[in-house]
Design a protein around this ligand. Structure first.
Ligand code: TRP
Length: 365
């Protein structure tokens, strides 16, 4: 069986370091591992419109932002197919057929959709398109027969839903030779990477809360944000014992710091455990920890920033990359759709047997 990756993001804003440690960094590693036959990275604009129906301009503007973040972070168009969801009309067709395999009550149980409904005040009146986006996400994942989907933890319910659809589709329409492939989610191992908090210590990094560090931020912006980060409110003096629980600076270090960073930027400690021990004992000030974190994050973001500056000089080429990727994705989607329609017995004009069969029936043979 082939090893195929599909994943993507809604283009509703620039990508931040939460996206980076949650999924983007992993995608680049997987891309460069050479273990995958195909890698599809999708800008989910149609999905973004399910909760931004009144703001198409926002979605349109952020296509290029997300694409720039992708290539700057190291996704290489020569190795990965970068494409735009809405340009693959086959996805909508697949979605329509998959809808038959999902119940309303099943959709209502999706915990991610539930919390999004609350967040967006959709309780009184949920747009149908938004409510059914997990089904369209199953189309995204299955059109290329992806078996691996690297995502953040909040996407697990979508992968679960996709598995159920695949299972049901194959059982009903293709019991002998399965047409669709059941995907597996790949989520970060480290707790800190699963859900990176905002710089203010709030549970989620989010544009509307203004607590993000963006991949596209300048070195100065990053430094300012880090130096004013939330730490331990009880750690008033350097000599006070500090707490690690809920201490955002240490959560970021969990997500970013490696032993070699200590050699380079803070040789007083061999590793993060030693630094944490000193902090909890007392005698290690927040400023020193923040300066170290700044060095670590700057080292990670600098190459991304340099690549971004280069790519920003040739914006038409970015659109070309997306166009080529969308053309390639469409070809694969058309093939899968034709297999799906055949399995569902709606391939009337491709099935030579059908006409012969019906003629014979009417001749009373
Ligand atoms: N739901 C994802 C997000 O909110 C975006 C997305 C759409 C996606 N289709 C996908 C992710 C398929 C993985 C696989 O960012």
């Amino acid at each position: 069986m082939s090893n195929i990756i599909l994943t993507g993001d809604r283009p509703t804003g620039r990508l931040h370091i939460g996206h980076y440690v949650g999924s983007l960094r992993r995608r680049v590693e997987l891309q460069n591992s050479g273990e995958y036959d195909k890698i599809y990275i999708m800008i989910a604009d149609a999905q973004a419109l399910t909760d931004n129906m009144d703001n198409p301009e926002k979605v349109r503007q952020n296509i290029i932002e997300v694409a720039l973040d992708y290539v700057s972070a190291g996704l290489d168009p020569a190795k990965s197919t970068l494409f735009i969801q809405s340009q693959i009309s086959e996805l909508t067709e697949l979605t329509f057929y998959y809808m038959n395999l999902v119940t309303v009550s099943r959709l209502q149980r999706n915990p991610t959709v539930k919390s999004e409904i609350q967040l967006r005040n959709f309780e009184a009146s949920i747009p149908v398109g938004f409510f059914t986006y997990p089904i369209s996400q199953a189309a995204d994942i299955t059109f290329c027969k992806a078996n691996v989907v690297p995502v953040g933890e909040d996407q697990l319910p979508m992968i679960e839903q996709t598995k159920e659809i695949v299972h049901k589709f194959n059982a009903i329409y293709a019991p002998d030779t399965p047409v669709l492939v059941e995907p597996k989610a790949l989520i970060p191992e480290a707790e800190a990477c699963k859900r990176l908090p905002g710089t203010d210590g709030k549970a989620k990094m989010s544009k509307s809360l203004g607590n993000c560090i963006y991949l596209a931020d300048s070195a100065d912006e990053v430094r300012t944000k880090i130096m004013s980060m939330y730490t331990d409110p009880l750690h008033l003096q350097v000599s006070d014992p500090g707490h690690l629980e809920g201490n955002t600076v240490f959560t970021y270090l969990d997500a970013f710091a490696r032993d070699e960073h200590f050699e380079r930027y803070c040789p007083d400690y061999a590793n993060l455990d030693e630094m944490k021990a000193h902090y909890t004992k007392g005698g290690l000030g927040d400023v020193k920890v923040k300066k170290f974190l700044n060095n670590v994050i700057q080292e990670e973001l600098e190459p991304i920033r340099v690549r971004r500056a280069a790519y920003e000089k040739d914006i038409p080429e970015i659109y070309n990359i997306l166009k080529r990727g969308s053309d390639a994705a469409r070809e694969v989607a058309a093939q899968t759709l034709s297999e799906v329609k055949q399995a569902m017995k709606i391939d009337y004009f491709e099935d030579m047997e059908l006409i012969r069969e019906q003629s014979a029936r009417y001749k009373g043979l």
